[in-house]
Design a protein around this ligand. Structure first.
Ligand code: PBG
Length: 323
């Protein structure tokens, strides 16, 4: 045999010389859950190791993460039911704890890269990403609310907004609005191919944002569709998105690969709550090697073509690199 592929696998150094994919802390964004109050942390049942944190504790968490090499954070608000309404009014009220915390984070850690979430669901009494009327989601009326949200977030000094709502035309609408108001340096991390997925369950529990009726299938994509991701990507690209995201990640590696091959902008993938929960649960039962499964998962997402990976494993990965 002239060709013996095993020869290149014999020596560990040779294996590392020819390794094609390397995941590093530079690739990772750590999603954080921010709640109102002081000095409190509350566990999320299906996400072992991940907590809802009050502003003071999130500041400490960011400081620690920065010290181990995690420098990009995506911050989600946990909103009390009493503050929710049909119009998601709190999302753009300047003195609301989420916006105050963002300001504090950027003042205290100007070097941290902060991404915010644009969608109505954390603040909506209907638990939907858009405005609800008579059981349907109103696309264009939602844009106006998302616009107010984006301007209020941009005013805090954050670096990128992440529209996760899947309304049509929102990237272009938000880009124009940001530019008109002097925020041309605020980027758009667009949730471009976001699928109606069963893997968001633990996240919705964390935010108590489960839809009050129906599901999200009239705005999030059908998991069966591949071509449609290209259409969404074309639109977001033309409308000025700086980064195109695929979400979830693991069941959608083909979509990550398609977008990477077809668009000259960075591609992000969101390794979502349910994907985290599966590995954690099996590992707690002793059924799989959790650390190994994490590394393999992150590697597969990067290998498929993601430049940026949003993952609840970020801290654990960084700690593993150190040790
Ligand atoms: C909603 C939003 C969701 C996630 C991020 N933003 C859930 C949903 O669409 O219902 C899920 C993230 C995760 O599961 O980790 N705007």
């Amino acid at each position: 045999m002239l060709r013996r592929p095993r020869r290149n696998r014999n020596h560990p150094v040779m294996r590392s010389l020819i390794r094609e994919t390397h995941v590093s802390t530079n690739d990772l964004v750590f999603p954080l859950f921010l709640m109102e109050g002081y000095n409190q942390k509350s566990a999320i049942a299906a996400m072992p190791g991940i907590y809802r944190l009050t502003t003071d504790l999130i500041l400490k968490e960011i400081e620690y993460c920065m010290s181990i090499g995690i420098r990009s954070f995506d911050i989600f608000p946990v909103v009390d039911d009493a503050h929710k309404d049909a119009q998601a009014t709190k999302s753009y009220q300047e003195d609301f704890f989420y916006l105050r915390a963002l300001r504090e984070i950027k003042v205290k850690f100007p070097d941290a890269h902060i991404i915010t979430d644009i969608a109505m669901d954390p603040y909506s009494s209907d638990g939907h990403d858009g405005l609800v009327s008579g059981g349907t989601i109103l696309n264009d009326a939602t844009l106006e609310i998302l616009g107010k949200m984006a301007l209020a977030q941009a005013a805090t000094g954050i670096d990128m907004i992440g529209p996760s709502d899947m309304m049509d035309g929102r990237v272009g609408y938000l880009r124009k609005l940001l530019d008109k108001n002097g925020y041309q340096d605020v980027g758009i991390m667009s949730y471009t191919a976001k699928y109606a997925s069963a893997f968001y369950g633990p996240f919705r529990d964390a935010l108590t944002s489960t839809p009050k009726f129906g599901d999200k299938k009239t705005y999030q994509m059908d998991p069966a569709n591949r071509k449609e991701a290209l259409l969404e990507a074309q639109l977001d690209y033309k409308e000025g998105a700086d980064v195109l995201m695929v979400k979830p990640a693991l069941a959608y590696l083909d979509i990550i690969s398609d977008l990477r091959d077809n668009f000259p902008v960075p591609i992000a993938a969101y390794n979502v709550s349910g994907e985290y929960a599966m590995i954690k649960a099996a590992s707690q039962k002793g059924w799989i090697d959790g650390f190994g499964a994490m590394l393999e998962t992150l590697t597969s997402i990067k290998r498929a073509g993601a430049d940026i990976i949003f993952t609840y494993f970020a801290k654990e990965f960084a700690e593993g690199q150190k040790g």
